[in-house]
Every structure is written in structure tokens, then in C-alpha cells.
Ligand binder design. Structure first.
Ligand code: PNS
Length: 168
């Protein structure tokens, strides 16, 4: 039985949805490696260093923080990252049919290539609508993202965007 799992993603930025999946993965496996995968030719909203910093701040409050580490990899196959970090399983959240359609071919391909299995956790229904892309979009237009992302991320969004005020 594998004891180390990988939680991969772009995390641009990390949301409460991601953190729920990371915490639940840490309850199932001895160690969790949060892997920030990025394409160096694509400009993110947050830099990779900022994304890692935000995840590390956000998980610091977790009772399982000691079991969770954060790594980043550029332009790599996830199965190669799993091999490098010694993880035998990938943990992903599924928010609905769209995620299922997108994620299952990748899960099957990863298992086909390497034998690494993907464990899907059903997303918390209260967070099903929360994605990094929607967070970026609504925050950019001035909406309040309290409750959807950790406070450290909300502040970083405000700092990045500059002039946002929470909605009354
Ligand atoms: O947060 P995201 O953008 O949904 O994360 C998607 C990610 C980065 C986890 C996914 O695109 C991925 O696994 N990329 C790594 C490249 C890879 O292994 N591709 C082949 C998949 S079968």
C-alpha cells in the first residue's frame, strides 16, 4: 500500500476547494506532496513562487501540516513527477460531470503509462462552483472572494489587483 500521494494542479491561486481535497488526502495517506505544475511559456496570474508561498501559508494551519509538502515542476509529465517524489497515487477532486470528463482520460492514461492510480474525492458541494479561473475573474471585477479562498489568498488577490474593495 502506498503511503505517499500527490495532489497536482496549477493552483493559480489555491482555493478552499483545493485545500479541502489536500486535507482529505492527508487523512488518507501518510504523506502528501502538493505539486504545482506549470508551463514556463505561459504567464500565470500569480508566479510559481507566489503560488507555493500561498499554499504553504494556507496549509500551515492544518493539523496534518507536517505531512504535507509543496513542490513545483515545469513542463513535466505528472507520472514522471510521481516517480521522482516516490508517490504511488494521485489524488484529485471531482466537482461534477465536467471534471469527470476531463479527468478520467488523464487518470486512465497515467495508469496505463505508469501504473500510478488516481483516487477521486467528491468535492464538497459547498465548493463545487469554486475554481481558480472563476476566482481570478470575479476578483478582477471587484467581487469579494471571502469564504472561497483562504484569507492569505484574498489579500494577495487584492494586492495584485490593487483597488478591490469587498462587496457590501
Ligand atoms: O489545476 P489544473 O489546471 O486543473 O491542473 C491540471 C494538471 C496540471 C494537474 C494536469 O494538466 C496535468 O497533470 N499536467 C501534467 C502534464 C501531464 O502529465 N499530461 C498528461 C496527462 S495524461
Amino acid at each position: 500500500m502506498t503511503s505517499r500521494a500527490v495532489c497536482p494542479g496549477s493552483f493559480d491561486p489555491v482555493t478552499h476547494g483545493h485545500l479541502d481535497i489536500i486535507a482529505r488526502a492527508a487523512a488518507l495517506f501518510n504523506e502528501v506532496v502538493v505539486v504545482v505544475l506549470h508551463n514556463p511559456s505561459k504567464q500565470g496570474f500569480f508566479s510559481v513562487a507566489e503560488r507555493i508561498d500561498l499554499i504553504e501559508h494556507a496549509i500551515a494551519a492544518s493539523p496534518r501540516a507536517a505531512a504535507i509538502t509543496v513542490e513545483s515542476y515545469a513542463d513535466r509529465l505528472l507520472v514522471d513527477v510521481c516517480r521522482e517524489v516516490g508517490a504511488g497515487v494521485i489524488v484529485k477532486g471531482l466537482r461534477g460531470p465536467g471534471d469527470y470528463s476531463y479527468e478520467t482520460p488523464m487518470a486512465r492514461m497515467n495508469a496505463h503509462m505508469s501504473g500510478v492510480e488516481t483516487v477521486f474525492l467528491a468535492a464538497d458541494p459547498r465548493l463545487e462552483h469554486v475554481s481558480s479561473s472563476l476566482i481570478r475573474e470575479i476578483a478582477t471585477h471587484g467581487a469579494d472572494v471571502t469564504g472561497m479562498v483562504p484569507e492569505v489568498v484574498r489579500e494577495a488577490l487584492l494586492g495584485k489587483i490593487g483597488t478591490l474593495a469587498p462587496l457590501e
